[in-house]
Write a protein that binds this ligand. Sequence first.
Ligand SMILES: *Cc1c(COP(=O)(O)O)cnc(C)c1O
Length: 443
Amino acid sequence: MESSRRAFNQQAALSAAGFLFAPKLALAANDKPAILGGTPIAKASWPGWPVIGAGERDGVAKVLDSGDWYRYAGSKGTVDAFEAAWAKTLGVAHCQATSSGTTSLVTAFASLEIGPGDEVIVPPYTFIATINAVMLHHALPVFVDTDETTAQIDPSKIAERVNGDTRCVVPVHLGGGCCDMDQLLAIAKEKNLNVVEDSCQTHTGEWKGKRLGTLGDAGCYSFQNSKNITSGEGGAMVTPRADIYARANAYQNQGGGKVPTDGKFTAGGGNFRLTNFQGAILVEQLKRLDEQSRIREGNAEYLSRLLQEIGGVGAKKTVPGNTRNGYHLYVFDYDPAQFAGMKKATFLKALGAEGVPASGGYAALNKAPWVEKMLASRHYKRIYGDQRLKKWREENVLPANDRMIETAIWLTQNVLLADRSEMDRIGDAVRRIKQHASAIAKA
Ligand SMILES: *Cc1c(COP(=O)(O)O)cnc(C)c1O
C-alpha cells in the first residue's frame, strides 16, 4: 500500500511537470552518479550469450546417437551441411570449416603458401590471433597504423610498408565494420598482394552489398563462444578460388582432405577439423543470425544518435560503402577535454557503476612484449637478419593507434540485443557521467 501510494505521488508529480511520457530515466541523469554513491541508471540484466534453443539441443543429441562425432573425408554430416549453408549465406563458392578462427587464418596462409621470409601487413588493433596465425608460419607481421575515426587499418598507409617480400595484407574487420575496401583492394592489386580478410568479428558485414570475407582471396570466420554465431570453438575459411579451397581442404586434414585417409596424403597439414557436434550447433545458430543482426544494427544506429546528442562522445565511423556493419563490438570514444580530463580507467569504472558493461578493448599489439620476444628469437633472426629486424623496429611507430587506445570504449554484441529502452539508459549513464565529470575525475 505504502509503496504504491508513493509511486502514485511520484507519477502525479511527474505528470504535472509534463514528464510522464519522457524516457523513463531521463531525469536520473541529474542525480548523483553511481560511482559517487548514486543509484545505478542501467541496472537491468543484459541479454545472455550464447542463445540456446531446442534446435541446438536436438542437433547435438542426434550427433551423439549417430556415433559420427568427427568429420571424416567423404562424410555427409552436420559440418558438411554447415559449410554448404555458410557458403550460400555469404554468396561465396567455397567454404572450409576449421577448428577455430585462428586455424582458419593459419589454413588461409598455408593455402596461399605464405611462410618464412614472407611479410604480411596487419593492423595493430586486433585480437592477438591475427598476429599469431602469421607467426605460426614464421612470416613477418608488419604493422600499419589505424584510422582513429574508424578503428580499422588505414589503407592510405599500406603502400609505404610494402617491399619485395610482402605477400599479403590482412584487413581485420574490427568490431564488424571495415576500412575503405575499394582502396585496400586496389593497393593489393597494384602491389600484387594476396588479401586475407580476418572476418572473425563480422558475420553479416557488407561492402557495397557484398559480404565481408568474400572480397579477397580468403575470408576467415570465428565461431568462438563470444562471436555472433558460435559453437564454443570453431571457424571457417571461405574463398572464391577452387585452388585455394583444395589446398585448405587438404591442409585441415593432415594434407589428405577429401581423399580417404588411406595413407595417400598429398600435402602437409595438420588436424584442424571441426566436429559434428559443433556443426550441429552452427546450423541452428545460423538460423538466428540475420534477425539478431538487424536488432544490433538498429540499436547501434539509435545509440550512435544518442551519443552524438550528448556531445564529447561518438561511435566509430562506419565508412561509406560499408553497407552493413556486423557489430560484434560497438566501439565509441570520449573526448577527455569534455569530461574534465577524466582518465579512461575512471570513465570505465563510472560506466560500470551505472550498470553499463563496457570494456577498454585492445592494447597496442605492435608493442606487445611477446612480439618483440619472437623477433629476438633465433628463428626470426636467422630468417630475416639483423638489418631487416632493425628497420622493422624503427618503423614500428603507430601514433594514431596509440592515441585511439587512450579513449576507445567497447560494448559487446549481446548488449546490442537488449530492448531499445536499454540504449536510452546507456545514453543516460554517459550523460550523467558528463554532467558530473569534474567530481568523478577528482574522486
Ligand atoms: C576471435 C578472433 C580471432 C580468433 O578466433 P578464435 O576462434 O578464437 O581462434 C581472430 N581474429 C579476430 C579479429 C577475432 O576477433
